[in-house]
Write a protein that binds this ligand. Sequence first.
Ligand code: URA
Length: 206
Amino acid sequence: MASSLPISIRADQQPERLDQCRRCALWEAATQAVPGSGPHRAPLMVIGEQPGDQEDLQGKPFVGPAGALLDSALAEAGVDRKQVYVTNAVKHFKWEPRGKRRLHKTPAQREVDACHYWIERELAEHDPTVVVALGATALKSVLQKSTVKLQASMGDAIEHDGRLVIATFHPSYALRAPDAGTRERVYRAIVEAFRHAHRLIEKHSK
Ligand code: URA
């Protein structure tokens, strides 16, 4: 049956390069696709949701305010960001205009599913022992389960496809939560998730 979508947007395309990706429509409003960044063989992969305003402009993941919090949490957990492969479940910034600003919009599940193509390739290429999923979108993507709940998945590492997945909050929640107590609790949980990942990597490398 003929698709009602324009021929250029098809979730079954298999592009070789990220800048060719038309698996969903998000590329149209974004400045550029934002690839993951980090060493080729990284025992730890960190997956966020999608690039934000700064990441969209610079073409690098986690370089804005959420990235500063991520850096601080990694450092506090004793993890060197240079040793970590950092990426996002969705590679284009989804936003809506609000005055002169571009406000983040949560990606739809079909966009997360379309972009899982790239996560699969990154997992195969970088072969991490442990994946830390920052927030519900990343967790749904890495586990390929749209019904998974973030809070219920925190704590123990989840075995999935021969890797260990640790779920924690997204750094943006630690920045935006309405009260200081919640912001501190969320930040501590993110640090603890990285400590947990670090311990598991040490254990599995022996
Ligand atoms: N938030 C994300 O999930 N990823 C980024 O790269 C930046 C902000």
